[in-house]
Write a protein that binds this ligand. Structure first.
Ligand code: GDP
Ligand code: IMO
Ligand code: MG
Length: 429
């Protein structure tokens, strides 16, 4: 039996969806534990592409999937995802997907507040996905959020909504210069969502703990990345949940002793969507080439992802914050053909070296990344299926990442397809 957490070590979009889909073969259950439909996880199976925002990426492997209490869920988006999966030949019955009755419900005012706030902030905006994630977590923290248990109880739902709406409408119209909402319209729309989703809603923590006791394997699927974590990321340019591995316990309702190991997904270079500091960002033709070859556009919003060199200062910190047992290096193939590669090994601020990731945005802005240059390789890696068959300089690059992170590389990914992968160590074995 083993229970494994998979998380992103950078700013999201490291390829978590692909690796969760791949490793789901070895687990009976896959659990999302935080975030919402700000996530966009891509899986490519038999040349068919699937993007999941809420349904765990184990669904294509036919595994039991769980949406934990730590998520904020937009019911309309979830229903659309279930419909899309069904039309693609993957019907998701209530015995295959369970939604925690304690997960929070994203409401229309959350989305509108998210958009209107960003608009009001102008050039100081965060660059959120506009999905209402922050405003929904905010209601959770101020203890007036609506949970799935409330959604399926018409009396409670109506009471909670009516209590909230007066203040939301005041804030929307008077402060954000946006529009208000009619309670009746929301009640009718959400009653339909409740009818459709009720069979899926249950006590997820109990189910997972029962399955752990009976010896089944659980794969906990993280969303976003370590540097988007509300506590440990580049605050305030972060999301509103804890994205680090420890969050799997709170967001699924299991104790820390249930976790056996943590797999950190590392893109072979760095990307970021939205605003915020990014010390190794490239503004030249190499950055453009990586962006183009890596097809670096957001899976959720379609925004162009900013690209830069691999940053070992960030990664070292990620290894500690998440307790990473082993990494998966994704998108190595994107670096094929580059003459030289750079890895940032430390920052310099005012001539002083710094090997820790700074907290202050001011210090971060002044950081000069110090690079080590490695030789590139001309061969294509996308057809390689065995670590030893990789070009020697590709292996050197991976070995250097192992040294700098002091963490073994378990898996190397050289293409979006499930099979375009080399497993050196299977975390479930
Ligand atoms: P996630 O949010 O971490 O699941 O990552 P996304 O799905 O948002 O972005 C990763 C993108 O890279 C997707 O389009 C994947 O299909 C693609 N991808 C994943 N691994 C590889 C790889 O090794 N090579 C290439 N070329 N693409 C990959
Ligand atoms: P996956 O799971 C990359 C970013 C947004 C924005 C910030 C806050 O696919 O890796 P939010 O809407 O969460 O309030 O936006 O976080 N962001 C992501 N960036 N991948 C993601 O998810 C992201 N989810 C949120 O772009 O900068
Ligand atoms: Mg993504």
């Amino acid at each position: 039996m083993s229970n494994i957490v998979i998380i992103g070590t950078q700013w999201g979009d490291e390829g978590k969806g692909k690796i969760v889909d791949l490793l789901a073969e070895y687990a009976e259950n896959v659990v999302r534990f935080q975030g919402g439909n700000n996530a966009g996880h891509t899986m490519v199976v038999n040349n068919r592409k699937f993007i999941s925002h809420l349904v765990p990426s184990g669904i294509l492997q036919g595994k039991s999937c769980f949406i934990g209490n730590g998520l904020v869920v937009d019911p309309a988006v979830l229903i659309k995802e279930l419909d899309d999966l069904e039309s693609q030949g993957f019907p998701v019955s209530p015995d295959k997907l369970k939604i925690s009755e304690q997960a929070h419900v994203i409401m229309p005012y959350h989305r509108r507040i998210d958009h209107a706030r960003e608009k009001k902030k102008g050039k100081n905006k965060i660059g959120t996905t506009g999905r209402g994630i922050g405003p929904c977590y905010e209601d959770k923290a101020t203890r007036r959020g609506i949970r799935f248990a409330d959604l399926i109880d018409p009396e409670v739902f109506k009471d909670k909504l009516n209590n909230l709406l007066e203040e939301k409408n005041f804030y929307l119209t008077q402060y954000l210069q946006s529009e208000s909402f009619e309670s009746q319209l929301i009640l009718e729309q959400y009653a339909q969502y409740a009818d459709r989703l009720a069979p899926y809603i249950s006590n997820v923590s109990s189910s997972i703990n029962r399955r752990i006791k009976s010896g089944q394997n659980i794969l906990f699927e993280g969303a976003q990345g370590t540097y988007l974590d509300i506590d440990h990321g580049t605050y305030p340019f972060v999301t509103s949940s804890n994205t680090v591995a420890g969050s799997a316990c709170c967001g699924a309702g299991v104790g820390p002793t249930a976790i056996d190991s943590v797999v950190g997904i590392v893109k072979a270079y760095t990307t970021r969507v939205g605003r915020g500091p990014f010390p190794t960002e490239l503004f030249d033709e190499t950055g453009d080439a990586i962006q183009k070859k890596g097809a670096e556009f957001g899976a959720t919003t379609g925004r162009r992802r900013r690209c830069g060199w691999l940053d070992a200062v960030m990664l070292r910190n990620s290894m500690h914050l998440n307790g990473v047992s082993g990494t998966v290096i994704t998108k190595l193939d994107v670096l094929d053909g580059l003459e030289t590669l750079k890895i940032c090994t430390e920052y310099q601020v005012d001539g002083q070296s710094m090997d820790e990731f700074p907290v202050s945005l001011k210090v971060l802005a002044d950081c000069q990344p110090q690079y080590e240059t490695l030789p590139g390789w001309t061969e294509s890696t996308s057809g390689v299926r065995c670590f030893e068959d990789l070009p020697v300089n590709a292996r050197r690059y991976l070995e250097r990442i192992e040294e700098l992170t002091e963490t073994p590389v378990y898996i190397v990914s050289v293409g979006p397809g499930r099979e375009e992968t080399m497993i050196r160590k299977n975390p479930f074995s």
